[in-house]
Design a protein around this ligand. Structure first.
Ligand code: NAD
Length: 484
């Protein structure tokens, strides 16, 4: 396979020579071999990117002043260019982070164009002015305006879809963006930059500057940035929140999770197993909203443990580029060590490991881990409290619905979750009692029309839906006098 190498950075609408010769080399988590490289952005490159985004935003006839329909036309071209690269995008993501290719095709190849079209249309459909008859006489005229230059910092686990949770609403609203991808997944971000260039997005509207946490922190703190949108770990989110608090800079934080799937006593286990896979082991366990705690009624506890154990054993582990693969490698050696240390901790604390817990046999290379299930533990166990970010589930028993809710809510996090039952209304009523930003009934899907985000240590602010658009807008009120 030929190496994918870039020598320049996409800044101000073109490919620019980076300030330094430092490069980021990307390794395949499957072969552990290098697969490509890009220049690492230095602070001077961030300055240049933010300067370009600032100039594009402040241009009196530029992007931020265009009618939503004009921006929609440009974003439609961007969507089309992304679609013509969708297979390559999915391939690059899968090569870089081990995401099974069938999932990469949906999430990474397909979703970005959907999001661009959704937010472009939402801007067109939203009335430009909201006039309210005042209670004290006169009229209040309320308008929304693009918030300015956005610094977007994203992780490696679902890099394209997460980038477009930010880019699509920000660009549709009229903002300009400096995107900092994670070092593990830069090759797909450069393909996105090629699509932006081919679509003719005006210079400075989108800039891509890869680097590690220092360069991310530099971008977050940059005086030319008006709004920060971050997805990543809770630890990094806290630091970013501190910076933005000091600067009084608006910030959206999508952070970690430890969500619960509550299986009620009337759940049809056989019919639910495929969907349960989708909320537990998807993307090798590396998604923030996954339900890594499975709460099972005591009356059916052993049955649930057995069914999940069988499910975990049935999942094909292998090359993520093989369409039959359900579990690919973890993103890095460091991530696998982290997962292994949690598994060791679970054992030390006395949980029963029903399957997994090891590196699978038969692989000469790759950061693979077997899907792993812990049973006979309660919600105080470390593996039930902390985000592991790997294919490790804790199956916790409950006696009645009140106890299930108490366990689900006994978490530092509140991002996703699900309730499973043959009675949809019963499940929906219970779901409403779970303290979480989002929750599913018998499935879980982040639909573009509905707000997504967390409470507690899972973050603040929302992406998707009109709420996700509003985070990239300022509100202005003009008090009009009473008519004479
Ligand atoms: P991470 O926080 O280490 O890194 C995420 C991104 O932030 C990377 O681009 C990194 O370079 C950058 N970064 C790190 N520290 C920074 C700092 N102090 N200032 C500025 N930028 C900084 O997270 P990760 O390990 O790459 O990703 C996994 C985490 O992301 C998990 O905790 C997962 O739950 C979370 N996540 C959350 C969501 C969500 O929507 N809530 C989605 C996906 C992943």
């Amino acid at each position: 396979m030929t190496s994918i190498d870039y020598r320049e950075l996409y800044i101000d609408g073109g490919w620019r020579t980076p300030a330094t010769g430092t490069t980021i080399t990307v390794h395949s988590p499957t072969t552990e071999q290098p697969i490509g490289s890009v220049p690492a952005a230095a602070p001077q490159d961030i300055d240049r990117a933010v300067g370009a985004a600032r100039a594009a935003f402040d241009d009196p006839r530029g992007w931020s002043t265009w009618h939503p329909k004009e921006r929609a036309e440009a974003l439609e071209r961007f969507a089309t260019e992304l679609e013509s690269r969708s297979a390559e995008t999915a391939l690059r993501v899968s090569l870089q982070n081990g995401m099974p290719i069938w999932l990469a095709e949906q999430f990474e190849g397909g979703f970005p164009a959907v999001l661009l079209r959704y937010f472009a249309q939402l801007m067109i459909d939203t009335p430009e002015v909201d006039e309210r008859a005042g209670m004290l006489g006169g009229t209040a005229r309320i308008t929304r305006h693009p918030i300015g230059v956005v610094g977007a910092v994203v992780p490696w686990n679902v890099p394209q879809a997460i980038s477009f949770l930010k880019l699509a609403p920000a660009l549709a609203a009229g903002c300009t963006v400096v995107l900092k991808p994670a070092e593990e997944t830069v090759l797909d971000a450069f393909l996105m930059a090629e699509a932006a260039e081919a679509a003719g997005l005006p210079a400075g509207v989108l800039n891509v500057v890869p680097g590690g946490r220092d360069i991310g922190a530099y971008l977050v703190e940059h005086p030319g940035v008006d709004k920060v949108s971050f997805t990543g770990s809770t630890a990094a989110g806290r630091k970013i929140a501190e910076t933005c608090g000091r600067l009084l800079r608006p910030v959206t934080l999508e952070l970690g999770g430890k969500s619960a799937a509550i299986l009620l006593d009337d759940v049809d286990l056989d019919a639910s197993l495929e969907s349960l896979f989708g909320v537990t082991f998807l993307n090798n366990g590396q998604i923030c909203w996954l339900n890594t705690r499975v709460l099972a009624p005591r009356s059916r506890y052993e049955q649930v443990v057995d069914a999940l154990t069988d499910l975990a054993r049935s999942l094909k582990i292998g090359d993520p580029l093989d369409p039959a693969t359900k579990i690919g490698p973890l993103v890095s050696a460091r991530q696998r060590e982290r997962v292994e240390s949690y598994i060791a901790q679970g054992r030390r604390e006395g949980a029963r490991l029903t399957t997994g817990g090891r590196r699978p046999a038969g692989f000469d290379s790759g950061y693979f881990m077997e899907p792993t299930i812990f049973a006979d533990l309660d919600n105080s166990a470390t593996v039930a409290r902390e985000e592991i970010f790997g294919p490790v589930l804790s199956v916790i028993p409950f006696t009645d619905e009140d106890e299930a809710i108490a366990i689900a809510n006994d978490s530092d996090y509140g991002l996703g979750g699900s309730v499973w039952s043959s009675d949809v209304e019963r499940a929906a009523n219970l779901a409403a009692r779970v303290q979480s930003g989002t929750i599913g009934v018998n499935h879980y899907t982040n639909d573009p029309v509905a707000p997504f985000g967390g409470i507690k240590s899972s973050g603040m602010g929302r992406e998707l839906g009109p709420e996700g658009l509003h985070t990239f807008q300022h509100i202005r009120t003009v008090y009009l006098p009473p008519a004479v």
